[in-house]
Design a protein around this ligand. Structure first.
Ligand SMILES: C[S@@+](CC[C@H](N)C(=O)[O-])C[C@H]1O[C@@H](n2cnc3c(N)ncnc32)[C@H](O)[C@@H]1O
Length: 237
């Protein structure tokens, strides 16, 4: 099934979701960066920087950027002196990143079965991808496996604001304007799916439980920009 957005029940699950997500990101890869900057007026980059600040990425760190896409977080980590590797399912996203960031380390792989050794990285970052995973708990188990003891995790994803007026304004923007612009400049189905895929994200207390059940500690959640984004940080004990 292709990713489309006709009704909540049309959101794919299981193996079907994996295939659909990969095909969708392969399709939108050429315009992915431009659409991100346009949709968020550049704020997406500020949120990514905040993620790296929160877990103190710097020289000496070995960073895995999971679901790296075209490599925005990977590039920021490298600019801070860290050695960084990006892993993503969609080959076209990696190709776009490779064209932009010559010499960066991009590897095709699935977060549910990472091509990395145990305790091989000191930091994991993951930007705007949790809602695309088939099973977040499975991915978290893998992230704990590859993180060294004391290793830090930073995850950022979108969110729906709680305040009613902000929620309504955000809904009009995210659910209507974004698919419209996406249709003009990229792929309408994909940019209809992206806002709706927020429905895959469970409420905060469930996500918190998943982090903790994976064995992570110091799990913290921060809202960003009036609740339109959420940043999670945690530590592997
Ligand atoms: C919205 S993009 C985010 C890309 C990048 N992290 C950023 O901040 O722009 C989501 C990415 O998750 C990737 N992805 C989805 N499921 C994945 C999985 N199971 N394993 C690895 N990458 C996955 C997609 O291919 C896509 O590149």
């Amino acid at each position: 099934m292709a990713v489309s957005a006709s009704s909540p029940r049309s959101l794919p699950t299981g193996a079907e979701k994996r295939v659909a997500v990969r095909a969708m990101f392969d399709r939108i890869a050429p315009r992915y960066d431009a659409m991100n900057r346009l949709m968020t007026a550049g704020l997406d980059q500020r949120w990514r920087r905040r993620c790296l600040d929160l877990v103190g990425v710097g020289p000496g760190d070995r960073v895995l950027d999971l679901a790296c896409g075209t490599g925005d977080l990977l590039e920021m980590a490298a600019l801070r002196g860290a050695r960084a590797i990006g892993v993503d399912l969609a080959l076209e996203m990696l190709r776009q990143g490779g064209r932009r960031l010559q010499g960066a380390c991009f590897v095709q792989g699935d977060g549910a079965g990472l091509p990395l050794g145990d305790a091989s990285v000191s930091v994991v970052t993951c930007g705007f991808a949790f809602r695309n995973f088939v099973s977040v708990p499975e991915v978290l188990a893998e992230l704990v496996r590859v993180l060294e003891p004391g290793g830090r995790l930073a995850v950022i994803d979108v969110d729906r604001p709680a305040a009613r007026i902000v929620r309504a304004a955000h809904g009009a923007y995210f659910d209507r304007f974004v698919p419209w612009v996406g249709g003009l400049l990229s792929d309408r189905d994909a940019y209809r799916y992206l806002p709706r895929s927020t429905d895959y994200l469970p409420e905060a207390r469930v996500l918190q439980a998943w982090f903790e059940e994976a064995g992570l500690v110091s799990v913290e959640r921060r809202g960003a920009l009036l609740g339109t984004a959420q940043i999670w940080t945690a530590v592997r004990p």
